[in-house]
Design a binder for this molecule. Structure first.
Ligand SMILES: O=C(CO)[C@@H](O)[C@H](O)[C@H](O)[C@H](O)COP(=O)(O)O
Ligand SMILES: [Zn+2]
Length: 196
């Protein structure tokens, strides 16, 4: 394949996955919005985490809540657990990288808050540990996963929501995760501030 063909293949595969995943992902996305609304309407907050590209997604979502998505509205409470390099480096240095998010969940999370946990494989140990810590704090989970859901899927309870992209390629899964996050932002805006 030449460069042009490779580019076209990426566009095609990404678009095809998004369309084929639409009907299976819409119901868990709707449930996730209900969880977000429940937390935000009761003045609780959203914590988000992930590694690599998913760290960027966790920050992307938190910034869209704190600042804005497409509509003028008040800021919403969200904290990306990927941004405080002093906290992350000291936790990893003094204890272990596996608990960089869990420690922050213990410190910042409380009952009624939500954890947005993002892992394309479902196998990142620090995300798994964050979910366990969130359950201890009586927080619900919205998990964005892929593949077979990895170690995250069996950890989730009936109170949680898993939005699992039916694919195995990390980049393709991330591309759908970003679309899911934008759906969540849009639905939140339209539920909390309906057009008059
Ligand atoms: O963005 C990419 C690949 O597209 C990478 O940075 C990727 O996020 C990293 O390898 C992550 O460590 C993968 O973690 P996970 O999605 O399996 O939890
Ligand atoms: Zn990436």
């Amino acid at each position: 394949m030449n460069a042009r063909e490779r580019i076209e293949q990426h566009f095609f595969n990404s678009a095809q996955l998004k369309l084929s995943a639409m009907s299976s992902l819409a119901p868990p996305i709707e449930r996730a919005v209900q969880h977000l609304l429940d937390s935000l309407q009761h003045r609780h907050k959203i914590l988000s985490c992930g590694n690599g590209g998913s760290a960027a997604d966790a920050q992307h979502f938190a910034s869209e809540l704190i600042n804005r998505f497409e509509r003028e509205r008040p800021g919403l409470p969200a904290i990306a657990l990927t941004t405080d390099t002093s906290a992350i480096t000291s936790i990893a240095n003094d204890y272990h990288y596996d608990i960089v998010f869990a420690r922050q969940v213990e410190a910042l999370g409380s009952k009624g808050d939500l954890l947005l946990a993002i892992s394309t494989s479902g196998h990142s140990t620090n995300v798994v540990r964050a979910i366990e810590a969130a359950h201890t704090q009586e927080m619900k989970i919205i998990a964005l996963t892929g593949g077979d859901g990895g170690k995250i899927a069996p950890l989730l309870t009936a109170q949680d929501v898993e939005i699992r992209v039916p694919a195995h390629n990390t980049a393709r899964i991330q591309e759908v995760h970003l679309l899911v996050l934008h759906c969540l932002c849009d639905l939140l805006d339209h539920s909390l501030w309906p057009e008059k």
